[in-house]
Design a protein around this ligand. Structure first.
Ligand code: SAM
Length: 491
């Protein structure tokens, strides 16, 4: 992935991060080394894994050599994500050679994709556990202790881990992720997610609100509601959405059912309002939106509450309708433009970021130009930009040839990155001379005398420390900037 400086949802600096939690009272003396890769959802899942193992008396460690258990929570979205994990396994195996009783487990999307093949290929791996089998980890660990290697890659129809209170690993104490749904039903032709994370299930809104209230009481001041496709969130008592008639789902999502019927459903627009009402000092963000499913109802909910941040991550993937069709995205270039027009009309101050895949099967130079022109029109604040990576088992792998050469993919990706740098600079500069309400998150990485946080549009703002503390809201007048960061003084 290529990404620009700034605050990231797929934060490169967090990839491979060892996740720690303060020791709690009850300990078995066993140590867990937990490393995570991939998207925010994976990092949120690691907090569920840690919660389950801490419940078994484990403590976390950042030193793999002293670990009793090494778990690596993996990503399978692109081939290079898997290659990175394979080379990391080499290091874990060295640690295991020194301490043969150490248990090594591969969790998450790569585990789900490769299943027991991983045990064949990676001889020193003891556990393979997919994203829906984390409750089974204590049982899998005891199977290994009694001399067997253990695999659980069953995908569930219901699992949302709603009742498990995630422990917050290495957080800044201000911002936290809250999973609101699992899986994905969209079947984009390039994507492994439906195969590695299963069908879409929404989480009980009551458990989401309880978790959010607890976070606020614990001092957190921002939650990001997470799902592969948050706009398609729908709760009616549990189960998979595909079990309901499509017309009912569509009518419910658009708030078109008769009042008595509609009240049986909680949509994403409803959920956003419920979470925003937990406390006016709690900021609410969400990710990821899908242009195919986003409704104006969500936009109107955003306008009703100042604490719902005016920022939408709306992956476009390509600016060309033929390629979007081949990707099975469910919208055309024109539909996407209309979605952004609605956003700009309803919330002129809203910032938009995106994901782009370049060099998808059969993409021509003209079609690539369509992506560049749509980027210019959309004026993205930020973008995650990828070269297409063919994934085994996906519709694209089965139906299309991965026929764009690596050199052409790389050149097109560079053109996209260069353009995005200009667009980001332009958007950041537009914030100069304005006062931004900033939630303070941490000390700036570049200077211990500066603090940083973000404004509602998700732009990072840096300013002198003074007597301010993280978790406080302050107003900053932006006086200078880099390509993606505003610098200013507190007013
Ligand atoms: N659910 C979101 C959506 O569909 O818009 C995002 C899912 S994915 C975890 C994050 C991003 O990875 C995608 O938006 C896409 O840009 C990129 N991606 C997914 N599969 C890919 C592939 N096979 N090759 C390159 N990039 C890919």
């Amino acid at each position: 992935m290529m990404s620009l400086e700034g605050f990231k949802i797929i934060d490169e600096s967090k990839q491979g991060e060892q996740m720690m939690v303060e020791p709690s009272g009850k300990s078995s003396g066993k140590k867990l080394f937990l490393e995570s890769y991939g998207c925010s959802m994976n990092f949120a899942d690691s907090e569920v894994v840690a919660s389950i193992l801490i419940g078994q008396g484990f403590q976390t460690t950042k030193d793999m050599n002293e670990a009793d258990v090494i778990f690596v929570n993996t990503c399978a979205i692109r081939d290079n994500a898997e290659q990175k994990i394979r080379s990391r396994l080499f290091e874990f195996k060295k640690a295991k050679r020194k301490k043969p009783e150490m248990i090594i487990g591969i969790l998450g999307c790569m585990a789900e994709r490769l299943k027991s093949q991983l045990l064949e290929e990676e001889k020193l791996v003891d556990i393979v556990a997919g994203p829906d089998s984390y409750r089974d980890l204590p049982n899998l660990l005891s199977q290994v202790e009694s001399g067997h290697r253990a695999v659980n890659v069953l995908l569930s129809r219901e699992e949302t881990y709603a009742d498990i209170s995630p422990v917050r690993l290495d957080q800044n104490g201000v911002t936290a992720f809250v999973s609101i749904m699992r899986g994905c039903d969209n079947m984009c032709s390039f994507c492994v997610v439906p195969f590695t994370r299963g069908r879409e299930r929404s989480r009980d809104p009551e458990s989401i609100i309880t978790e959010t209230k607890q976070l606020f009481e614990d001092g957190y001041r921002e939650v990001t509601l997470l799902g592969q496709n948050v706009d398609s969130y729908l709760w009616w008592g549990g189960g998979q959405k595909k079990e309901l008639p499509t017309e009912t789902v569509n009518a419910a999502l658009n708030h078109l059912l008769p009042e008595a019927e509609q009240s049986k459903f909680t949509t994403f627009a409803d959920l956003l309002e419920l979470v925003a009402q937990v406390h006016p000092d709690l900021r609410v963000r969400f990710s990821t939106s899908n242009p195919r499913d986003m409704t104006d109802a969500v936009l109107y909910s955003m306008t009703k509450f100042e604490n719902i941040c005016k920022y939408i991550h709306l992956p476009v993937q390509s600016g060309n309708t033929r390629i979007l069709e081949k990707m099975n995205r469910g919208y055309s270039r024109e539909d996407y433009i209309k979605r952004i027009e609605s956003i700009k009309k309803i919330m002129p101050e809203c910032s938009i970021s995106t994901d782009i895949i370049t060099g998808f099967c059969s993409e021509t130079e003209e079609e690539h130009q369509d992506t560049l022109s749509l980027m210019k029109w959309s004026k993205y604040f930020y973008a995650y930009m990828f070269s297409y990576s063919e994934r085994p088992g996906t519709a694209a792998e089965k139906k299309f040839e991965d026929d764009i050469s690596p050199a052409v993919k790389a050149r097109r990706l560079q053109e996209i990155v260069d353009l995005q740098r200009l667009l980001s600079e332009e958007q950041t500069k537009a914030g100069l001379g304005k006062i931004h309400k900033v939630l303070i998150e941490s000390v700036s990485k570049k200077s211990p005398d500066m603090l940083c946080g973000r404004n509602t549009q998700n732009t990072v703002v840096v300013f002198p420390k003074g007597n301010h503390k993280r978790g406080e809201y302050i107003n900053v007048l932006a006086t200078s900037c880099t390509s993606a960061t505003l610098i200013g003084t507190v007013v």
